[in-house]
Design a protein around this ligand. Structure first.
Ligand code: NSP
Length: 482
């Protein structure tokens, strides 16, 4: 589904705290798409407007018409209109295009009290409110219900009065002392009913741009399908959270779940993380691995490792079976069963190899499990019991990904002693073979598919599991080297 579009008609503010720049962040944070008509350009220095520049009225008209002609604009959000001529152009455009909702945030007076619109332009602004469009909202800064009624009589379907300038006591009385200031009450009036939206008072100095964020959030919620009262309440909560998380500025993206990787690139992201890279390198470039590649690994060590790996794979297959039990998805259960069968094939290759070294299946099975083997499999089985299905896949992941990567590197490396020259060549071959590659690819697809469904904080704890299991892999090589 394409993103819902909102046309913002407002000024550009180079400082990013208000105007189009702020509106676009809010709209993007709601998953919507902003198209714009710029009414004025302002260059801001610290605390001051340095330069302003006005586009021609024809430019503003072309921008508005172009956005409507592009299709899909259902909601218009209006901010600073700069001049009487632009107000007239906007009124005319709204008449011609007839959007479903118009959210008007009349930027008339600045927070410091400076009159931003000429008297003439203010008069024209009333036109917007008087127009007989349905579903229009005016969002304004003032504090009285009497005013709400007066404004409503000018035409809009809803009037929203922001209460930010008038903190009240918990009982909604006028406070006698600063310490009594407890709540801010916004008033939404539809000509009949009054809804109060209460927010905790957090002090007099709010970040700049609160009003823009509020009106743009209402516009976003409306285009996403909320009715006006719900859209307003949700916008209020959005701004409240943005202020509390923003530390002096508004954090527009406080509730967006932006994953730190693009879809289908989780594994690439994972292996290149600063906290993963060294741990992963220690595993895949382990001395034991190098010596398999150049064929200098003493046979006794390889035999010991293979026998332990056989015991490891038994426990690993048990954890895989538990993993199938932990999901309701038949696809994932079947994929788990496939992996178990694959482990069984890997184990029979181990036994073939062991037989070549004069080690029978019985002898392999009666070996005492080494602590490194027990530690690794106990860790995986513990995750299987105590964590989610996907956390368990992350505990499996170093095992899944590592051997394929190691074997491919050894296979390609000119330093690797190949064929008959290396008694471990068959081991390398096993892990570059098509069936092993296919099993790894199936596992990789599962990781990619489910990683995109996690939240950023879940990803962090999943990565920790991956790191720990990777260290266990390294411990397994260390054991082989003993
Ligand atoms: C310890 C360990 N890690 C991974 C694999 C590859 N399946 C294995 N056989 N053993």
């Amino acid at each position: 589904m394409s993103q819902k579009r909102i046309l913002v008609i407002a000024d550009s503010d180079s400082s990013g705290v208000s105007g189009l720049e702020a509106d676009q962040k809010v709209i993007a944070a709601h998953g919507c798409y902003a198209v714009t008509a710029t009414t004025a350009l302002t260059a801001h220095g610290p605390g001051d407007v340095l330069e302003t520049c006005s586009p021609s009225v024809a430019f503003v008209k072309a921008a508005i018409d172009g956005c409507f002609d592009g299709g899909g604009v259902e909601v218009v959000k209006i901010g600073f209109l700069a001049s009487a001529e632009i107000v007239q152009i906007v009124v005319d455009a709204l008449r011609r295009h007839g959007p479903r909702f118009v959210v008007v945030d009349p930027v008339v007076v600045s927070m410091s009290g400076t009159q931003l619109l000429s008297d003439e332009a203010r008069q024209y602004c009333y036109w917007i409110r008087r127009e007989p469009f349905t579903n229009r909202i005016s969002a304004i800064w003032t504090t009285s219900l009497r005013l709400a009624k007066a404004l409503h009589s000018l035409g809009p379907d809803f009037v929203l009065l922001k209460g930010g300038q008038l903190p009240l006591t918990a009982n909604l009385d006028v406070p006698k002392h600063d310490s009594d200031k407890q709540v801010i009450v916004d008033v939404l009036y539809d000509g009949t009913d009054v809804s109060l939206i209460k927010t905790a008072y957090v002090g007099a100095s709010l970040p700049l741009g609160v009003e823009y964020a509020f009106a743009s959030a209402i516009a976003s919620n409306l285009v996403l399908g909320d009715a006006v009262p719900l859209a307003t309440r949700k916008a209020c909560r959005y701004v409240e959270a943005g202020i509390s998380k923003g530390k002096g500025l508004i954090d527009y993206f406080h509730s967006t779940y932006t994953l730190p990787f693009s879809p289908r690139y989780f594994i690439e992201y994972l292996l290149n993380r600063e906290d993963v890279k060294p741990v992963w390198h220690a595993h895949v470039h382990h001395d034991f691995v190098k010596r398999i590649g150049d064929g200098t690994l003493p046979v006794e060590k390889f035999k010991g490792y293979l026998a332990q790996d056989y015991l490891f794979l038994v426990q690993f297959a048990r954890a895989k079976a538990l993993s199938a039990y932990k999901t309701n998805s038949m696809e994932d259960i079947a994929a788990g069963a496939e992996e178990i069968l694959h482990i069984q094939r890997e184990m029979s290759l181990h036994l073939d190899y062991c037989a070549e070294f004069g080690l029978s299946k019985k002898e392999v099975e009666k070996q005492e499990e080494h602590q490194a083997c027990t530690a690794y499999t106990r860790y995986v089985l513990d995750i299987a019991h105590s964590e989610s299905w996907f956390a368990l896949q992350m505990a499996f992941a170093p095992c899944l990904l590592g051997y394929g990567i190691i074997a491919r590197r050894l296979w390609d490396d000119p330093e690797t002693v190949k064929e008959q020259g290396n008694r471990y060549w068959k081991w390398i071959q096993n892990y570059v073979a098509d069936d092993y590659r296919a099993a790894v690819e199936a596992g990789e697809a599962i990781l990619e598919q489910h990683a995109s469904l996690q939240s950023p904080s879940q990803i962090e704890s999943l990565v920790k599991i991956f790191i720990h299991a990777t260290k266990m892999e390294t411990g397994f090589w260390d054991m082989g080297n003993e």
